[in-house]
Design a protein around this ligand. Structure first.
Ligand code: ADP
Ligand code: F6P
Length: 322
């Protein structure tokens, strides 16, 4: 009988709980003993490993966040931290670990697998910046939250003939901004992948004003050189070029909270089960992600040595829809 642990790491994402439930129940279905690591890599270093039964993961499928907790753990980035984590896994006689998380977390997965410990990663981050998975757990829910906020801000913007800067998450990736901007009919999208000067943003806002639009919505990625705060600061001294009065809303962590939608529950359930299948087949050092409409695996080495590219033709499309 195998003893397999599951761990969630980095920024939480709606659907992580659905993945934990799927992994635990799929493992138990194979006759394995299942465990959870509390607080991501910190829990591995501090030996916070708990047994998980079928009942322990009941009632979590529809809840956002992660029942195991997550953390950003700097100590795990060091060889000493990784050695401590390995010791904990061996002391608890764990045969394999399934790590649910994004870019940083899967770099950690790769480090553990380089120490010859069987690791399978599961692609999860709202940023959708993980190479090897077309979409990751949490993206769809976060996108819908951003979109709902854009829709709401648009109605008040129109009532008052205002322009709005709406800042969305994504660390250094513009995916959430671009997609929510297109789906929300924004006048402009500002992303880190394409450097944009404040004057260019002002010109678009003024064009909307001049054309008689009731509002101008600019979706700004938090990772853009000129994020919402910097743009606001700039326009404090240069507001005459805008036409509209300007407001800014930073959506922040509201995008990561709340219950996962159907898409993320299904994605998480399928990727979790696929990760358990990988473990059973002895496939290790791989990421389980979404590839060509189904679950697929890719070596962690490839995941960590490549950068996922954003489809910039969609930015061009968004400009045509002004
Ligand atoms: P995410 O997985 O959401 O991208 P982070 O980038 O914060 O989140 O990474 C989560 C955790 O993964 C970090 O706190 C750290 O413990 C681990 N990690 C990140 N980068 C590395 C690395 N280069 N080596 C080992 N562990 C890492
Ligand atoms: O990686 C997910 C994410 O939400 C990013 O979009 C954002 O930049 C970051 O995490 C925020 O991190 P924290 O929760 O540590 O503030």
């Amino acid at each position: 009988m195998k003893r397999v642990a599951v761990l969630t790491s980095g920024g939480d994402a709606p659907g992580m709980n659905a993945a934990i439930r799927s992994i635990v129940r799929s493992g138990i279905d194979k006759g394995w003993e299942m465990f959870g690591v509390r607080l991501g890599y910190r829990g591995l270093i501090e030996d916070q490993i708990i047994p998980l039964s079928t009942r322990d993961v009941s009632g979590i499928l529809h809840i956002g966040g992660t029942m195991l907790g997550s953390a950003r753990c700097l100590e795990f980035k060091t060889p000493e931290g990784q050695a401590k984590a390995l010791r904990t896994l061996n002391q608890n006689r764990i045969d394999g670990v399934i790590i649910i998380g994004g870019n940083g977390s899967q770099t950690g997965s790769y480090k553990l697998s380089q120490l010859n410990f069987p690791v399978v990663g599961v692609a999860s981050t709202i940023d959708n910046d993980l190479y090897g998975s077309e979409i990751t757990i949490g993206v769809d829910t976060a996108l819908n939250i951003a979109l709902e906020s854009i829709d709401r801000l648009k109605t008040t913007a129109s009532s008052h003939q205002r322009a709005f800067l709406i800042e969305v998450m994504g660390r250094d990736c513009g995916y959430l901004a671009l997609m929510s901007g297109i789906a929300g009919g924004a006048e402009m999208v500002v992303i880190p992948e394409v450097p944009t000067e404040p004057e260019e943003v002002a010109a678009v806002i003024y064009r909307a004003y001049e054309q008689g639009k009731a509002h101008a919505i600019v979706v700004v990625a938090e990772g853009a050189e000129y994020n919402a705060s910097k743009l606001m600061q700039y326009y404090e001294e240069n507001s005459e070029a805008l036409g509209f009065k300007l407001r800014a809303t930073i959506l922040g962590h509201v995008q990561r909270g709340g219950n996962p939608g159907a898409f993320d529950r299904l994605l998480a359930t399928r990727l979790g089960a696929a990760a358990v299948d990988c473990m059973e087949k002895g496939e290790k050092g791989v990421l389980v992600g979404w590839v060509n409409g189904r679950s697929g695996t890719i070596p962690l080495e490839e995941v960590v040595s490549n950068k996922k590219q954003l489809d910039l033709s969609l930015l061009e499309l968004s400009k045509k829809l002004f």
